[in-house]
Write a protein that binds this ligand. Sequence first.
Ligand code: MLC
Ligand code: AMP
Length: 507
Amino acid sequence: MNATPNANLYALFQSRFPEDMTACCIETHDGLYYSWNDIDRASAKMANLLAALDLPMDARIAVQVEKSPEALILYLATLRAGYVYLPLNTAYRAAEMAYFIENAEPSVVVCSPQNFGWVSQIAFSSGTRHVFTLGDDRTGTLLTRAALQSNSFDTVHRVPEDLAAILYTSGTTGRSKGAMLTHDNLASNALVLQEYWHWQAGDVLLHALPLFHVHGLFVASHGALLNGSKMIFLPRFDTAEVLRCLPRATVFMGVPTYYVRLIAEPGFDRELCARMRLFISGSAPLLTDTFKTFAERTGHTILERYGMSETTMLVSNPYDGERIGGTVGLPLPGVSVRVVKGDGTPCAVDEIGDIQVKGPNVFKGYWRMPEKTAEEFTADGYFKTGDVGRFDARGYLSIVGRSKDLIISGGYNVYPKEIESFIDEMEGVVESAVIGLPHPDFGEAVTAVVVTKTDTALDEAQIIDYLKSRIANFKVPKRIFFVHDLPRNTMGKVQKNVLRDQFKDHP
Ligand code: MLC
Ligand code: AMP
């Protein structure tokens, strides 16, 4: 018997389940209902299956599956069994998957049935012993095997610092790093947000985000689970489906692209949002135009917040106080956020500098990269976000740029270095620079500027086709421009700002 309380995040959720366990926890877009009992029992079955595999204590369970209630249940089962959840974007192709699997060395890989051939080949050759499949239509070997297990399971005892998840992020120097998040990181953030955003009885979350990133997996799902609130689950963001389901929801979360697409719909108005209590935006900058038009159309003020994989949520506009467009709000309770100059001294009000953060939400470090982890923290324990911003006199933070070379397209991060290295390996390419250009739908559009050898006939379509066969589609440049030379500063560094300026008005 363990004397300390169980810090397992699932134990926290369980302690907040509604009294009526037959109530609906997840309703799918096609009309299926999963009660709280269903979620508890199905996650117990999957947890029993994982436990029976006799895995090491810190086993990683890598998951690349389409969104479904069962995918969320698998996440909960992994927590319950005390293992580490490693979600992967469904857009990743073989080279990307091979990197994650080789780097994380998961004990178990779960993939879509249609990808079993190539994913299992990568997994088995990297030493993974168990590969299961899980479809978005309640099919796959994971469910067949879990069905034979008991539907009760004693949630494994965890201490706050134990790992709950690894999220791969940032690859400024090429390859992605696994951000290690603990049970306490996730639990503390979920508890703060529940209070800060006034989650309340009767709330219904319309869940349209993917389940493999912080936003959809943690911020959205944790909020509803902790509040005992029903989720209406959409397999993906689809404007028509969101319009159909909104009248029955009270809370919606999305990346700015979702809001841009919603306000483009003539039928999106006050009446449709009559039951809505809260619209939350994050993962990328929300344009002030979108913020204003949204308020005019619906009467609702979008609440913008700021987060990242390494820190989950750190700053948010208030629920009760004024929500100011163009800002991401105030540091969350218990989270310390500062803006500093290059020499580490604090910036004055309205002065622009590097954003740093410290608090129970901040991750434990990068998976098997102690030096990289040390580099990203200051001597007094603040994490360097790589974002640049300023605090105003009221304490609201605005993000004005990034010191990291990163493009955010439709809420997905794209690291120019990674795309450049794929382009540079092509026959006929001398060098390339990848930049983000303003895009009305995705916020930023990945764009490549390429220098080719004089004797090559390489064209835009060929480069795009080549990249599409190798990397996730959302990373593939929407446009390729050709130049004779890349502009460089005296240090020899490519001046991406010059390129952004040069191509900003090109169609
Ligand atoms: C899809 N495509 C994209 C894209 N998504 N291109 C650029 N950027 C994107 N984000 C491409 C596809 O590859 C395809 O290309 C074409 O667009 C149509 O694909 P689709 O699948 O039909 O697109 P769609 O369903 O419309 O998807 C767009 C989207 C989606 C905006 C709905 O990208 C999305 O849900 N994004 C949310 C990402 C997210 O959850 N971010 C949170 C990160 S957490 P082709 O060439 O085949 O036509 C985080 C921390 C925090 O950042 O603070 O929250
Ligand atoms: P990720 O690594 O996918 O977790 O992405 C985190 C990054 O998304 C942050 O470092 C920011 O650059 C960006 N981000 C998240 N929320 C916002 C926001 N509200 N406004 C501007 N940028 C944001």
